[in-house]
Design a protein. Structure first.
Length: 173
């Protein structure tokens, strides 16, 4: 009888191991490219990037999009400024005289860094397309049709939006 109980226990244990093996093999589907998810988080479908790696890159500001050689508009109004794209890093390199660029629409969490390598002062305006229809985005509490004028030659400005429709900008060397 002991021998029969031992055989049943062994059989049950073997069945659990086999079930675990088959389950593990089932997770190695075409979506995983024959591999398994990384330890950092759910896989995105390739061998290089996981959500954990993406979160780490985002929180440490790695891999930000970049737009070089922006040409500033030459009218001193929001209507005539050059609209910046959604890149996090922008470099203005061309401006015949004091020119203007418009920030993207301000939504909470957006951060834009602008470098002025144009040899001129660059006026900064908000986007003509506001986060809230019928209103204007603001820069440091001032309506965006009024220029932020602290972006002189060889200076950088960081603009962040902690709340929808509101930019906070500060200039540094």
């Amino acid at each position: 009888m002991k021998w029969l109980n031992s055989a049943r226990a062994f059989g049950a244990g073997f069945a659990l191991v086999l079930l675990g093996f088959l389950t593990a093999q089932g997770t190695q589907s075409l979506f995983w490219n024959g591999g398994t998810p990384t330890t950092l988080g759910p896989w995105l479908g390739d061998n290089n990037i996981s959500l954990g790696q993406m979160w780490n890159a985002y929180t440490t500001s790695q891999g930000l999009s970049y737009h070089a050689a922006v040409s500033a508009g030459q009218t001193l109004t929001q209507a005539g400024c050059t609209q910046l794209d959604n890149s996090a890093l922008q470099q203005v390199t061309v401006s015949a005289s004091t020119g203007g660029v418009c920030l993207p629409t301000a939504f909470a969490g957006r951060d834009v860094l602008i470098s002025n390598a144009s040899g001129q002062t660059i006026n900064l305006y908000t986007s003509a397309v506001s986060f809230t229809p019928g209103t204007q985005d603001t820069i440091n509490g001032t309506v965006g049709t009024t220029a932020y004028t602290s972006l002189t030659n060889n200076k950088n400005v960081e603009c962040f939006s902690a709340a929808n429709g509101a930019w906070g900008c500060s200039t540094s060397n």
